[in-house]
Design a protein around this ligand. Structure first.
Ligand SMILES: [Zn+2]
Length: 220
C-alpha cells in the first residue's frame, strides 16, 4: 500500500531505458529480452539454465543492482527470472554467497535478492549454509582456466545439517560456470547428490548460436 502510494507520488524510472514508466524494469525493456538458448552444463553441474542474454537493458539493470546497490532492482529481476524458469523441482534453493567483505560493501547479496523471488508456492525453499571460504576477487579479466583455479575450494558448507539431496544454486550472471561448479563441489562434499545451476543472464558471446550478435563485455 505504502509502496503503491510512493510510486504514484514518485514514479519509478526504468533502470533499462531511464524512462519514467512507474516500473523499475518496464514492459518495453522486458519485451526486448532474448531468452538464452539451452547449453551443456559446465563441469560439476547436473544441469544449468540461464534465463536471458546478457545485453542491452538487462546489463544496465544488473549494474544498477550490483554497483548502484539498488536492492529493489533485484526483486524486479527476480520476478523476471521466476517467470522465465517456471516451476522448479528440487529440495532447496541456495544463492551463491558473497564474501563478507563484499557483502558489507554492497549491503546485500544480489543472488539472494533474485533467489528470494523464486520462493513461490510449489517451488523449494531458499536455504542458507553455503559460505565463501575465501575471497575470489573480481574475475572479469581471468581466462576460463584461471577462473576454475581461482574459485576451486572457494566455498564451504557450514550448515548445521547436511544440504538436502537435490539443490538448485542461483546466481545473477553465469560466465564460464566456474563459480557455480565450485559451489556444487562444496555441496557435494557435504552430501548433496544433484546440483543444478540457474542464472539470470549470460553473455551472448559465450554461445555459438548467437555469435553474430553484437555483444557487450561481460563484467560480472
Ligand atoms: Zn525500460
Amino acid at each position: 500500500m505504502l509502496e503503491h502510494l510512493l510510486n504514484l507520488l514518485f514514479p519509478d524510472r526504468c533502470v533499462g531505458c531511464r524512462r519514467l514508466t512507474g516500473e523499475l524494469f518496464c514492459v518495453r525493456c522486458r519485451s526486448r529480452l532474448r531468452p538464452y538458448p539451452p547449453f551443456p552444463p559446465p563441469p560439476g553441474l547436473d544441469a544449468a539454465r540461464v534465463a536471458f542474454c546478457y545485453e542491452g537493458a538487462l546489463v544496465k539493470a544488473i549494474h544498477q543492482l550490483k554497483y548502484g546497490r539498488r536492492r529493489r532492482v533485484g526483486h524486479a529481476l527476480g520476478d523476471l527470472l521466476a517467470a522465465a524458469v517456471g516451476p522448479l523441482a528440487a529440495d532447496a534453493l541456495i544463492a551463491v554467497p558473497l564474501h563478507r567483505d563484499r557483502l558489507r560493501e554492497r549491503g546485500f547479496n544480489q543472488a539472494a535478492e533474485l533467489a528470494v523471488r523464486l520462493c513461490r508456492p510449489g517451488n523449494p525453499p531458499l536455504i542458507e549454509g553455503l559460505a565463501r571460504a575465501r575471497a575470489t576477487g573480481r574475475q572479469a579479466r581471468l581466462t576460463a582456466t584461471a577462473r576454475v583455479a581461482n574459485t576451486a575450494g572457494a566455498f564451504v558448507w557450514i550448515g548445521a545439517q547436511p544440504p538436502p539431496p537435490r539443490v538448485i544454486v542461483i546466481d545473477d550472471v553465469l560466465t564460464t560456470g566456474a563459480t557455480l561448479a565450485a559451489c556444487a563441489a562444496a555441496l557435494r562434499a557435504a552430501g548433496a547428490q544433484s546440483v543444478v545451476g540457474i542464472a539470470l543472464a549470460r553473455s551472448v558471446m559465450l554461445t555459438p548460436l548467437y555469435n553474430r550478435s553484437i555483444c557487450v563485455v561481460n563484467c560480472a
